[in-house]
Design a protein around this ligand. Structure first.
Ligand SMILES: NC(=O)c1ccc[n+]([C@@H]2O[C@H](COP(=O)([O-])OP(=O)(O)OC[C@H]3O[C@@H](n4cnc5c(N)ncnc54)[C@H](OP(=O)(O)O)[C@@H]3O)[C@@H](O)[C@H]2O)c1
Length: 304
């Protein structure tokens, strides 16, 4: 069962109205729970893990018309009969006019693939890129100087509509296009807008890579439980349920993480003893700070 995102705007506009910023023809309506409105036509380039998660969210929201460019047929098998699938840009029907083109291919594919979609930029479509390390300037260099580009960084809980995406709207993105991008991203979880493109780099380090750090926590918890003599199976179940349950509790709670941590920590108890080790000056806080620093630097390097 899908949980409606807190901020979700659904476009009822014709694509050319969005592209030209003719908001008079674009009617945006606040989504109010049970009511479902159609999303405008979308072109999705790449339907792997992240593109597939987005597409499935949009279909739940009532996507009117989509063309998916995906050369790898098994990736789109789950969507058979619900969207049009083509193998490359040349096979897109000539009369298809998307309001938004979503690029969800690997960043290294971008230089050879993205220029083939420049005609949609010319028609005023919004480009929504989730490709790590691909700047707005590099997209505009491939598509045309005035192209409206939103750059976004989601994360893998998107697969269960519990992702977190930070997005930046480049120059020339209209209010209607930003609202459309917000609706497309809200289909996979929570959305936050940043006002500097460079902020996407630490976002990549924190929430983009964040699920990996949390999964690592489950791995090391399991290994430590085995070291204490517990059977591997029990250790795995315990580590998995503890990480998943704690994440769910944090998501459902009004309290912040520090308050929830203190609620588990009795004075002079076992958790307090463990936290004293983890929170030594050179332990967890420092290691996480160094890790995020390293990942942010790498994101900047990749962005060029
Ligand atoms: N996964 C994450 O945690 C994450 C988080 C944030 C952002 N992103 C970004 O999301 C994008 C997609 O990542 P992903 O994990 O979803 O990758 P993925 O699972 O490999 O999906 C990419 C898909 O695009 C297809 N493809 C390759 N070249 C294409 C082309 N020229 N035209 C159309 N489709 C093409 C691939 O087919 P083949 O398999 O046949 O190559 C594959 O099915 C990346 O740019 C990544 O930086 C990912």
């Amino acid at each position: 069962m899908m949980r409606w995102p807190r901020r979700c705007w659904i476009a009822l506009a014709k694509p050319e109205a969005l592209g030209a910023g003719v908001i008079a023809r674009a009617s945006f309506q606040r989504q109010s729970g049970g009511m479902s409105e159609k999303l405008p036509p979308i072109l999705l380039i790449g339907c792997g893990k992240m593109g597939g998660a987005m597409l499935s969210g949009w279909l739940e929201q009532g996507l009117a018309d989509a063309v998916v460019v995906e050369p790898h047929a098994p990736a789109v098998a789950a969507f058979a009969g619900r969207v049009r699938v083509v193998a490359d840009a040349a096979a897109i029907p000539a009369d298809f006019r998307p309001a938004a083109v979503v690029t969800a291919i690997k960043p290294q594919e971008a230089p050879s693939s993205v220029p083939a979609y420049a005609r949609f930029a010319g028609q005023g479509a919004l480009f929504l890129s989730i490709m790590a390390g691909r700047s707005i300037a590099s997209m505009q260099a491939a598509l045309g100087a005035g192209t409206a580009v939103v750059r976004a960084m989601p994360n893998t809980p998107a697969a269960i509509r519990q992702g977190f995406t930070a997005a930046f709207a480049g120059p020339g993105v209209t209010a209607a296009q930003k609202a459309l991008a917000d609706a497309l991203l809200a289909a996979i979880g929570e959305v936050a807008w940043v006002d500097q493109e460079d902020h996407i780099n630490p976002v990549t380090a924190v929430s983009g890579g964040g699920p990996a750090y949390v999964f690592l926590l489950a791995e090391v918890l399991e290994a430590a439980a085995v070291e204490q003599g517990l059977p591997r199976d029990l250790a795995r179940r315990m580590a998995r349920a503890t990480v998943a349950g704690s994440g769910a509790l944090l998501g459902a709670s009004e309290q912040d993480a520090a308050e929830l941590r203190r609620a588990v920590t009795s004075p002079k108890g076992t958790t307090e003893r463990a936290l004293a080790v983890l929170m030594e000056p050179d332990a967890w806080p420092k290691a996480m700070s160094r890790a995020i620093h390293a990942a942010t630097d790498r994101a900047r390097e990749l962005a060029g």
